[in-house]
Design a protein around this ligand. Structure first.
Ligand SMILES: NC(=O)c1ccc[n+]([C@@H]2O[C@H](COP(=O)([O-])OP(=O)(O)OC[C@H]3O[C@@H](n4cnc5c(N)ncnc54)[C@H](O)[C@@H]3O)[C@@H](O)[C@H]2O)c1
Length: 245
């Protein structure tokens, strides 16, 4: 099994790359952060699987195509694609009416546009193989609101629409497409973002703590597994109960 994990130089992506390796996959890890990729590769190799780190700016469409060509020639055809890269990081929090369209384009490009570009690069091989697993990292923010993040919410909700519609188109080829929606998860940026309202944040999470990247990886591992063949077009909220109805 060959897997690609994007945004795998840190946080959730790194944990998912390591988990997929433990599940038996050789893993290509794509990210703009070369130093972080080297550490991820070290951890994947410690799980006795091959790792191909590829430094790439996922906002550059032609660089994405070259990155996936490299993966195909050096690792082989991809059977699992985890579109994980994304994020809500920004210089300052601004309401929609005060925000600028550049910020909107960046958020939509990072959290949605490049997912389509990456998916295009693997889908024909998956169709030919009559097997594939595509997993997208959305967010609880597809369902909740956070002041000053209309762009991120729109992108992550759009990603769920993409997940469902693509799942419908690819189901006949035994390719599943699902999404994981993390809640607050322990990554450097997330910890920094909630530092000044930690108590308030924890009070809103029924299990009383933030999630660990490995807990998101567990959900990804399920969607990626051959046994999850009858699950497609779905999402799983991994939020410590924060989004229960
Ligand atoms: N941590 C959370 O609380 C949380 C909650 C919900 C959803 N998410 C989602 O989980 C995913 C992973 O985020 P994380 O929390 O692990 O953050 P992270 O910052 O640790 O990881 C994101 C990775 O994406 C990479 N990246 C950013 N822009 C890139 C670009 N242009 N080209 C290539 N790589 C790029 C970064 O270098 C980084 O390694 C994201 O899609 C994020 O939106 C995170």
């Amino acid at each position: 099994m060959n897997a690609v994990v994007t945004g795998a130089a840190s946080g959730i992506g790194r944990a998912c790359a390591v988990r997929l390796a433990r599940d038996g996959a050789d893993v290509a890890v794509l990210d703009i952060d070369e130093a972080g990729l080297a550490e991820t590769a070290r951890q994947v190799e410690a799980a006795s699987r091959r790792c191909l780190p590829v430094a790439v700016d996922l906002l550059d469409r032609s660089a994405i195509a070259s990155a996936f060509e490299r993966v195909r020639s050096e690792l082989g055809r991809v059977s699992v694609l985890h579109n994980n890269a994304g994020g809500s990081q920004r210089r300052d929090i601004r309401t929609f009416r005060r925000s600028e369209s550049d910020q909107w384009d960046y958020m939509l490009g990072l959290n949605l546009g490049q997912v389509a570009d990456c998916t295009r690069c693997v889908v024909e091989d998956m169709i030919e193989a009559r097997f594939g697993r595509i997993i997208n990292t959305s967010s609880e923010m597809a369902f909740r609101t956070n002041f000053g993040m209309t762009d991120y919410s729109a992108a992550k909700a759009g990603l769920l629409g993409f997940t469902r519609s693509l799942a419908n188109e690819l189901a006949r080829y035994q390719i599943t497409v699902n999404a994981v929606c993390p809640g607050v998860t322990r990554t450097p940026l997330a910890e920094k973002a909630i530092a000044d309202r930690l108590e308030e944040t924890l009070a809103g999470i029924p299990v009383g703590r933030i999630g660990e990247p490995e807990e998101i990886a567990h959900a990804v591992s399920f969607f990626a597994s051959p046994g999850a063949s009858y699950v497609t077009g779905e999402y799983l909220l991994v939020t410590g109960g924060r989004t229960m109805h």
